[in-house]
Design a binder for this molecule. Structure first.
Ligand SMILES: Nc1ncnc2c1ncn2[C@@H]1O[C@H](COP(=O)(O)OP(=O)(O)OP(=O)(O)O)[C@@H](O)[C@H]1O
Length: 236
């Protein structure tokens, strides 16, 4: 199977602070990949480097074989890459309905599998909140809207940063169920999260970062047999 994404030896810095030290990994089309590591190890910076929100000093990002390293973020989004950032990024002045309407579009290949109605059926709580402003929602509802807003763009690659962080257990469960549905629909996904048990049951590949370097890059099966070592890197 060909790779959807190839990250090759990325070095990223904030000013003089060298955060990513040669990150490389690949994602096959249709795969779900977890990016794990303790706080501050460079997970979000890796995602931002893929999205063009951070410009790597060196290294390359290939998407479907195309070198997208120098493309602007909006150009990457136009290639059907969607991002659910940590903190969710709601607009203060848009209602739930407007958030979804503004974002909705077919994919570049004309796929319209996810539309306004499907998102509302997937997240029935949002149906009751359609005229609320994004910032008037609970944390869980904001997360559902953030995921819904990404889904209505009909992405090929969905990038989720800390999608369940700070949420109540029942809401987390609901979000994980939806991520499972997303996986079943064939959308490739990169997930940053701390819940190794759920990631283990969900993801096809696992990449572990320590101090801006990939220290482990494992298949689901390899994770099972190296669990203790992974947990020691995560401090759990
Ligand atoms: N905008 C920034 N300016 C300067 N340093 C930053 C910036 N963003 C992150 N850093 C630093 O870069 C390092 C990696 O941060 P990053 O957010 O990528 O890690 P992370 O693994 O996602 O951590 P967390 O789980 O805490 O979000 C940290 O030392 C962090 O303090």
């Amino acid at each position: 199977m060909s790779n959807l994404l190839d990250i090759k030896s990325i070095h990223s810095l904030y000013g003089d602070s060298h955060v990513l030290h040669g990150i490389s990994f690949s994602l096959e089309a249709g795969q779900t990949l977890s990016l794990m590591g303790r706080n501050g190890m460079g997970k979000t910076t890796t995602l931002k480097s893929i999205l063009g929100l951070v410009t790597p000093r060196s290294g390359s990002v290939f998407y479907k074989g195309e070198d997208i390293t120098s493309l602007a973020t909006w150009q990457r989004m136009k290639r059907d890459i969607a991002y659910v950032p940590e903190g969710r990024g709601m607009f203060h002045n848009l209602t739930v309905k407007e958030h979804l309407q503004v974002a909705a579009r077919a994919s570049t290949q004309g796929i319209k599998a996810w539309d306004f109605d499907r998102v509302l059926n997937t997240f029935p709580r949002l149906k009751e909140r359609l005229s609320n402003l994004g910032t008037q929602l609970s944390g869980g509802e904001q997360q559902m809207l953030a995921i819904g807003r990404a889904l209505v763009t009909n992405p090929e690659l969905l990038i989720l940063d800390e999608a369940t962080e700070g949420l109540a257990p029942l809401i987390r469960k609901e979000i994980w169920e939806v991520i499972r549905i997303i996986k079943e629909t064939g959308i490739s996904t990169i997930i940053v999260d701390k819940n190794i048990q759920v990631l283990q049951s969900l993801c096809d590949r696992h990449v572990v970062l320590v101090k801006g370097q990939v220290v482990m890059d494992l298949s689901a099966q390899e994770l099972q047999s190296n669990l203790a070592q992974v947990e020691s890197h995560l401090g759990v």
